[in-house]
Structures are given as C-alpha cells and as structure tokens.
Design a protein around this ligand. Structure first.
Ligand code: GUN
Ligand code: ZN
Length: 490
C-alpha cells in the first residue's frame, strides 16, 4: 500500500479522509461519491459532474475495451478527454459482467494494462464477486482465485495508476475478515468491499453491515475502503459509520430511467409524488406533473439530476456530521425512516465494541432519540470505564436526584449511562440530551452501568435512588444494591 490516504477527522469508525490520486494530480476529500458512467448510455454529461460536487467518477474499462469505437477513442484521446472530466477516474475491470454473464474475455494483466493505457487513475483487477448465500466451498475457492489475481496485479507495471484490491468472501464474515487481511498485505492501494450489490438491491442492510465490518476487521485502519455499488443516499450515513470512504452511484441514472426519484428515506415513483420533497434546483423549478409531461430524454435527465443533487446533499450532511461528531444521530434518523435501514443500524449496534475502539473521547452532545440509542458505542465505553473509576466511600448513594449527606459519597445516575461521579457531569458523553420520558431500554442500560460498578467494587455498599424505574431495569440491578423509589408514586 502506498501512502495515499490520510485521516483528518474521525467519528466512531467513520472518517473524513484525504485520498491522493497521483495520476490525476488531485487530492479527493472522503467520503466521496463517484457517479457511475456507462459510456454507451450517458444520462448526465460528466463534464457537469463538478456542479453536483463530484470529484471522482467511475466507469467500466471492460465495456470500453470491447466497443471498437470507444476503445479507439479512449486509447487515442485518453479517458479524461473522452468523457470530458478532469477529476479522478476509477475504472472497473469487467468483474461485474463476469458475475452477471458467467464469463468475460479478458484477464487481470491485460485489463490492468488497458486501464493504464487509457489513462485511468485507479484500476481494478478481475476479482470474482461471489454472490451472497453461496456455499462455503464456492466462496473459499473463488476467494483463493481473487487472491491470486491481487498478487498478479502487484506484478503488473501500472505506472502511477493506483490499484483496487477488492475484498470478497460472500456472506461469511470470517472469509471477509481473512480477505481483508490478505488484501491489506498486498502492495495495492484501495480496498473495495465487493459483491454487496445483491445485498443492497434486496435491502439486506444488516447482512451488508456484517460483511463490511468483517472486512474492516481484517484491514488496517488506514486503508481507504470503497463500498462497491453503494449508490442509494438512504444508506450513506450507515455506510460511512461502518468506515467506508468511497461510494459509487449507478442508481442516479438507472432509477431515473424508470421514473424513480431518490430520497434519503427511500425511493419514490414520479407518479406517486404530488410535490417534490426536495430543495434542489430541479425540484424548486418544476412540479412532478410538469416533469411527467416532458419527453423521455428530458424527464430522465431531470430525474437523474435530482438524484445526483440529493445524493451529494446527503454526502455533505454525512461529512458535516462526522466533523461535528454526531454521525450516529444521522444514522439513527435514517434508520428510523425505513425499516430495512433500521436492520442495518441494529446490526451495527451489535458491533458497538468495534466502533468504540476508534471513537473520539469527546464530541458534540450525545442525543438519545430512541431505545436503540441505549446500545451506542458511547454508552458501552462509559460502562467499560466504570470498572476503572475510583470509589472512595464504603457507603455510596447512586441517585437520579440530589446529594444526600447520610452517605459517604454520592454519584449521579443518568440513563442510559448509569452512575458517574458528579465531577464528571459536565464532561462528554454525560452532558447527553435525553428525553424526559425515558424508555425502558435506557433505564436497563443504566442498570447495566450499576452492575459494572458494583462488580468492580465488591466491598462497597451501594444504594440506588431512582425515579420510578420499570421493573425490567430494577431486575437488572444486582441484588446487593439497595433501591429506593423517590417518585412518591406520582
Ligand atoms: N461492482 C460491484 N460489485 C463489484 C465487485 O465485487 N467487484 C468489481 N470489480 N466490481 C464490482
Ligand atoms: Zn430535487
């Protein structure tokens, strides 16, 4: 791996990064979104991509190579001139066609040399995208082939073109992790998580989450990670939270072709829209009925433009959230806009420990917005810290209310975190904004905090003064902690 990627800011596993693309002479800020260009089917002129905020695009070298006209032009003018785009260009290899049609007539060495010759800035070897739910035997065999091809790619003279090292392994997390380790050990530069398109097309965001987090466990933290085929803005926040740095969108064009309109909470069909719920120039200047009455080409182009605007708008929101340290709130908002993104978020929370490891110690105020918030990495981190905090007194009050001098020492209790010394009450994440009407999950998490503290201090007598906690939370408080309800039954 060359030193082309630098992390500038971090929030959980998400990061703002800078990717140097030496051949293009540009540094791209990540997370970035690459519109997919099918050179045979141009919906929005790539020369206009910078208007939307695109710094990079991705196109398919295999399609170009097999089309005599495009082949000649690409070799003659170069890709940048041919597409009219002077940002960074990534090319794919035909692996996707291999997955669709079962065979292709090129190989890693030939297609990498072709990518180099047409002026690609980031090339791709011929990896094998093993579909989800394949047999373990197939996944292992194909992964071995992909790994041979990555090793072959290391030996090809590609000049200063960067090279992708796709991570495969189907729906087997241990294979994904092993594939990540192997890819990271090569001299290749970027690390796309492959064969997740079928998962995303079926809205299996939980399985996608497992695949990405497994690949990330194998890859070093400094590896730039691309989520191959991730183009729907409803999942950008989740994908960024998993630690993905590059996305590519064919969706903006494919969806526009059949009158589908992207939003951050799902896809709408044009004929179901009475109003455009968006402030992009297309939506501000037209009504759905006007767009519907246009000719096919004009309608498709306008919808594709909206789709790009909404995608880049969400990308900016994701980046702002990473900088502010509140990406998890955005992930949660998106999760609650669609049941399947909620599955993805819940799968991510199953791995709160993996995210906790790279979470900054302090950031924007923690906001508790649903029962799922109780499982966030910040809560887990506080619970782990409880075992290390000093308890001085023999008889300690843990209270949601005021100090009480009858006790040697008094700690505050705030759901979902649980207990903490009052001196920490102005420090992150205990400055959390929480609802007045806390749910059972929040109190249960606070009880887990009490359990950790009690376990770490077996000699200390603890009393919990709580305000009408639900039975499920009180049941989770260790027996030896005395509990007092201070609500007076109101
Ligand atoms: N495009 C979408 N998924 C993949 C993949 O797994 N490999 C390659 N090379 N391209 C893709
Ligand atoms: Zn719009």
């Amino acid at each position: 791996m060359r030193e082309v990627f630098e992390i500038a800011a971090q929030d959980g596993a998400a990061r703002i990064g800078e990717l140097d693309v030496p051949r293009a002479g540009v540094t791209v800020e990540t997370p970035t979104l690459m519109p997919v260009v099918n050179p045979n089917l141009i919906t929005v002129d790539p020369a206009r991509f910078p208007e939307f905020g695109a710094e990079m695009l991705i196109t398919n070298s295999y399609i170009i190579k097999n089309d005599p006209d495009l082949n000649e032009r690409a070799l003659d003018e170069g890709l940048h001139e041919m597409l009219g785009f002077d940002g960074a260009i990534m090319t794919d290899s035909g692996s996707f066609q291999l997955a669709e049609y079962g065979e292709i007539d090129t190989d890693t060495e030939e297609i990498l040399q072709f990518q180099r010759d047409i002026g690609s800035d980031i090339g791709t070897p011929v990896d094998i995208p093993t579909p989800p739910d394949s047999s373990r035997e197939q996944a292992e065999e194909e992964l071995a082939t992909t790994q041979e091809r990555l090793e072959l790619a290391e030996t090809v003279d590609v000049g200063d073109m960067l090279v992708n090292a796709p991570v495969q392994g189907s729906t087997y997390p241990d294979l994904r992790e092993r594939a990540g380790e192997h890819a990271y050990g090569t001299s290749l530069d970027l690390f796309p998580v492959g064969a997740v398109v079928p998962l995303m097309n079926q809205y299996r965001y939980d399985d996608m989450t497992e695949a990405v987090l497994a690949a990330k466990r194998g890859l070093g933290r400094d590896a730039p990670v691309h989520l191959f085929g991730a183009g729907h803005p409803m999942m950008f926040a989740l994908a960024a939270a998993l630690g993905c740095d590059l996305f590519d969108s064919a969706a903006y064009a494919i969806y526009a072709r059949d009158d589908r309109y992207l939003t951050v909470s799902g896809t709408k069909h044009l004929d179901s829209l009475h109003y455009f719920p968006c402030d992009c120039p297309v939506c501000a200047e037209h009504t759905p009925r006007e767009v519907e009455r246009m000719g096919d080409a004009a309608r498709e182009e306008l919808l594709a433009e909206h789709n790009l605007h909404v995608s880049f708008g969400e990308l900016r929101r994701v980046k702002q959230a990473i900088k502010a340290g509140n990406l998890m709130e955005l992930v949660e908002a998106r999760a609650h806009a669609h049941p399947r993104t909620l599955d993805g978020y819940r799968a991510l929370l199953d791995h709160a420990d993996q995210l906790e490891a790279s979470d900054p110690a302090s950031k924007d105020a923690f906001r508790y917005t649903s029962a799922d918030s109780a499982r966030r990495p910040e809560v887990l981190r506080h619970h782990r810290r409880l075992a290390r905090l000093d308890v001085a007194g023999d008889d300690v009050l843990l209270t949601e209310g005021d100090d009480n001098r009858r006790f040697d020492e008094c700690w505050n209790v705030v759901a979902p975190f649980g207990p903490f010394p009052s001196a920490l009450s102005t420090t992150y994440p205990l400055t959390a904004e929480t609802p007045e009407r806390m749910d059972a999950a929040g109190y249960e998490a606070a009880a887990e905090g009490i359990r950790r503290l009690a376990d770490a201090n077996p000699e200390t007598q603890f009393t919990l003064a709580h305000h009408d906690w639900p039975a499920t939370a009180l049941d989770a408080v260790p027996e030896r902690v005395e509990t007092v309800d201070t609500s007076g039954g109101d």
